[in-house]
Design a protein around this ligand. Sequence first.
Ligand SMILES: C[S@@+](CC[C@H](N)C(=O)[O-])C[C@H]1O[C@@H](n2cnc3c(N)ncnc32)[C@H](O)[C@@H]1O
Length: 249
Amino acid sequence: MLKKIDAIIRKLEDDKSFDYHPRFRIEKKELLDIAFSKYDIKSAAELGCVWGIDCSYGIYALEKFKLNKVKMVDTHWTDTAMERVSNYPEIEVFKDNFGAEHMPQSIGNVDAVILFDVLLHQVAPDWTRLLEMYACHAEYFIIFNQDWIKSNLTTRLLDLGEEEYFKNVPHNINEAPYNTLFDNLYEKHPLHDRIWRDVHHVWQWGIVSDDLISVMKKLGFRLEYFSNHGELSYLKSFEEHSYIFKKIR
Ligand SMILES: C[S@@+](CC[C@H](N)C(=O)[O-])C[C@H]1O[C@@H](n2cnc3c(N)ncnc32)[C@H](O)[C@@H]1O
């Protein structure tokens, strides 16, 4: 319902961001607009840019703010995403796990790292280590995350056990890959070089917002901007939050 109202308002406002993708989120557009208009950000690495959106956020920022470099990173590229990014000489594609130790070096220094809907999926390395790995390679972190509000403890969701897990993630026990997840937790995944428990395409973490802010502070970043978009309509354990962090100089 809210999505329908949002779509109607945006049509009335003649908002062109829908042209990028039907699933383009207004909250993420606002976050990009604030980050790229307020700060001197000319290059970015978008970590996890493909699923359901085919690189639209990075392309939007590139076109609107005339960025000179965008590094797009994902393990699961689609033909559509590859075709779209091939139109932009400013875009460099990385088909790899951005948690791999060599990746921050391979991607190189950028003004900003963009992490939209990806932090809660990160294990081996965990989300905290991932932020640490990229902290010395960027001046800004632009983050959109579903944060855990069910308790004030950051929680590894799989440790809740099968029943509680499915009460707290927006996926169904009958839906792939979730239907085989708990039977195979410690088995090697056929596509990823790791056990099922550690793959990034399932919900992994309930991250408490204060913990994210505190980790970034320890890494030398100040919270410049925060916005709370409220609870997920279909899942009361999470709230969606936007963040901009800036390196303290
Ligand atoms: C939930 S989707 C989010 C897509 C987009 N950022 C958005 O906001 O709509 C997560 C994407 O990140 C990718 N991803 C997650 N963790 C990753 C990792 N460690 N290395 C590479 N890609 C990853 C997934 O393959 C997927 O395309």
